[in-house]
Design a protein around this ligand. Structure first.
Ligand SMILES: Cc1cc2nc3c(=O)[nH]c(=O)nc-3n(C[C@H](O)[C@H](O)[C@H](O)COP(=O)(O)OP(=O)(O)OC[C@H]3O[C@@H](n4cnc5c(N)ncnc54)[C@H](O)[C@@H]3O)c2cc1C
Length: 432
C-alpha cells in the first residue's frame, strides 16, 4: 500500500498552498523541503530580534495570494503600506512628493497642472479598466499609445516596477501589469507583522491541522515517471512511490529532477522563462533622520525605498526595518558594486546621517525575485500538469497564468491541487 496520495517537492508558498488544499480534502500529503527552514524566498531572517524579509515584501491585498490565504481561513496581521502617507519620487537626484491625492496634487511642484490632470485621469481610468479588454501587447506599447506626457510616463513606469517588481517594459505583457497596478490602487499592499515568515508559519500550521506531513532536510534528487505512479528519490536514500507529485521548485530544479523531462512541455516552459532579479539592502535602524521619507520610488532610476516598520511590527525593541531595492533589467548586465553604491546614495539623499543610526544591515546583491513572469516571448502558460507525464504537476511563481510574484506562486499551488482533486473525483466516478 502507498503511504501518501501526493508528495509536494518544495516548502515555499506554492508548495505549502498546494499541501493545504489537498490535505483539506482528506488527501494524504507529504511536503519534502530540502532546506532546514520552510518558506523558500518568503523566509524572514531573525537578526537578534530584528525581523528582515529578503528585501521589501508586500502582499497585494486584493491579489490572488491574499484571497487564497483568506479562503484557507488564515488571517494576517499587519498594516497597509501606502495608507495615510505621501509617496515621494526621486528625479534628477532630488526628492519630490508624487501627486496621488488632493493635498499632494495641490502642493507637488513635480508636474505642471495639465500633467497633474492627466495623471489623475490615468489613475481613474486604470481603476475602472476592464482588464480583459486589454490587447496582447507589451507594457511599452500600451504606454506609448495611452500616455503622451513624458513625465506622467516616468511616474507610471515607476508604479509598474513597484507593483510587478519587474523592470522590462518591452517584455512584460501589459495586461498582468495593469491588473496588478489596479489592485494596488484599489486595496493597497499589506506589510505583515513578523515578516513573511508569519505567512509561512500560518500555512504550515493549517496544513498540519488538515493532516499534511511536512519534512525538512529532504532533498529530492530524482523523480522517475511510471504509468500509474512516480518514484521519488532523496539524497539521504529515501524512496517514495506515489500516484501524484507536485514540483514546487524552480524550472531548472524541476528539469534536473525528472528523468526524461527534456521530452516534455517542461522543457519549453524552462527555456522560455526569463528570471527577474533585484539587488536589496535591508537596514535595521534606530530612527529615520528624515521621517517625511517613508515610501519613495525612483522616477528616473529603477529604485525603491520603504520603511516596513511604519505599519508592521518587525522588532521588539523599536528598531525600524527599512528596505531598498534596485530592480534589475533582465536584458542588462549587473554590476554589484555600482548597485550597492546606488542604494547607499539613495539613503544619503533621503536620510542624511543614516549610517550612525544603523543597528545591522543585510545586503543581498542578486536575489531571484521570480523565475519567470508573463512576457511577450512566452509560448504558453506553464502547468499545472505536465501533459506527457500523467501524475506530475508543477507550481511556483514561474507557473503563473497572468498572476505575478507571490500571487503566481500561491495561485499555481492551488491550481495544481485542484487538478489532482479533480482527477480523484473522475476516478471515483468511473469506478461507479
Ligand atoms: C527581493 C524580493 C522581493 C519580493 N517582493 C515581493 C512582493 O513584494 N510581493 C510579492 O507578491 N512577491 C514578492 N517576491 C516574490 C515572492 O517572494 C516569491 O514569488 C515567492 O516567495 C516564491 O514562492 P515559490 O514557492 O514559488 O518558490 P520558493 O520560495 O523558491 O520555494 C521553492 C522551495 O523549493 C525548495 N526546493 C528546491 N529544490 C528542492 C529539492 N530538490 N528538494 C526539496 N525541496 C526543494 C526550496 O528550498 C524552496 O524552499 C519577492 C521576492 C524577492 C526575492
Amino acid at each position: 500500500m502507498l503511504t501518501y496520495d501526493v508528495a509536494v517537492v518544495g516548502g515555499g508558498l506554492a508548495g505549502l498552498t498546494a499541501a493545504n488544499f489537498l490535505a483539506r480534502e482528506g488527501k494524504r500529503v507529504v511536503v519534502l523541503e530540502k532546506a532546514k527552514r520552510l518558506g523558500g524566498r518568503a523566509m524572514t531572517n531573525d537578526k537578534n530580534g530584528v525581523l528582515m524579509n529578503l528585501g521589501p515584501h508586500g502582499l497585494y491585498l486584493s491579489g490572488d495570494a491574499a484571497n487564497i490565504i483568506t479562503e484557507l481561513g488564515i488571517s494576517l496581521p499587519g498594516g497597509n503600506a501606502t495608507k495615510n502617507i505621501h509617496i515621494h519620487g526621486i528625479l534628477n537626484h532630488a526628492v519630490h512628493v508624487i501627486p496621488t491625492d488632493f493635498s499632494s496634487t495641490m502642493s507637488s511642484p513635480l508636474l505642471p497642472w495639465k500633467a497633474k490632470f492627466m495623471l489623475g485621469k490615468l489613475m481613474l481610468k486604470i481603476m475602472r479598466l476592464d482588464i480583459y479588454s486589454i490587447p496582447e501587447v507589451s507594457l511599452k506599447e500600451w504606454v506609448d499609445t495611452e500616455i503622451p506626457d513624458p513625465m506622467v510616463r516616468h511616474i507610471f513606469y515607476s508604479i509598474c516596477r513597484l507593483t510587478s517588481y519587474t523592470n522590462a517594459p518591452t517584455l512584460q505583457l501589459a495586461k498582468p501589469v495593469l491588473k496588478q497596478v489596479k489592485r494596488s490602487l484599489k486595496a493597497g499592499v499589506l506589510y505583515v507583522d513578523g515578516g513573511w515568515d508569519t505567512i509561512v508559519q500560518k500555512l504550515k500550521k493549517q496544513a498540519e491541522a488538515f493532516g499534511a506531513e511536512i519534512v525538512m532536510n529532504k532533498n529530492v534528487t530524482t523523480i522517475e515517471h511510471c504509468e500509474q505512479y512516480q518514484i521519488i528519490q532523496c539524497s539521504d536514500g529515501t524512496v517514495i512511490r506515489i500516484p501524484h507529485c507536485i514540483i514546487a521548485a524552480s524550472p531548472k530544479e524541476a528539469m534536473n529532477m525528472i528523468n526524461g523531462a527534456e521530452h516534455t512541455s517542461l522543457r519549453l516552459w524552462a527555456e522560455q522563462a526569463i528570471p527577474i532579479t533585484a539587488c536589496c539592502l535591508d537596514i535595521g535602524i534606530k530612527k529615520l533622520p528624515n521621517p517625511k521619507h517613508q515610501f519613495v520610488i525612483g522616477l528616473d532610476q529603477a529604485l525603491f525605498f520603504t520603511n516596513q516598520s511604519r505599519v508592521a511590527k518587525l522588532s521588539e525593541d523599536g528598531t525600524l526595518v527599512v528596505s531598498l531595492a534596485k530592480y534589475h533589467n533582465p536584458m542588462e548586465e549587473i554590476n554589484v558594486n555600482a548597485d550597492k553604491h546606488q542604494l547607499e546614495s539613495v539613503m544619503d539623499l533621503l536620510h542624511p546621517g543614516w549610517r550612525k543610526e544603523v543597528v545591522m544591515q543585510q545586503f543581498l546583491p542578486k536575489l531571484m525575485v521570480s523565475h519567470d513572469f508573463p512576457h511577450v516571448k512566452r509560448n504558453e502558460n506553464p502547468g499545472p500538469s505536465i501533459p506527457e507525464m500523467k501524475g506530475i504537476f508543477i507550481a511556483g511563481d514561474w507557473a503563473g497564468h497572468e498572476e505575478v510574484l507571490a500571487d503566481a506562486a500561491v495561485a499555481s499551488g492551488k491550481r495544481a491541487a485542484l487538478e489532482i482533486l479533480h482527477a480523484y473525483k473522475m476516478m471515483l466516478a468511473k469506478e461507479g
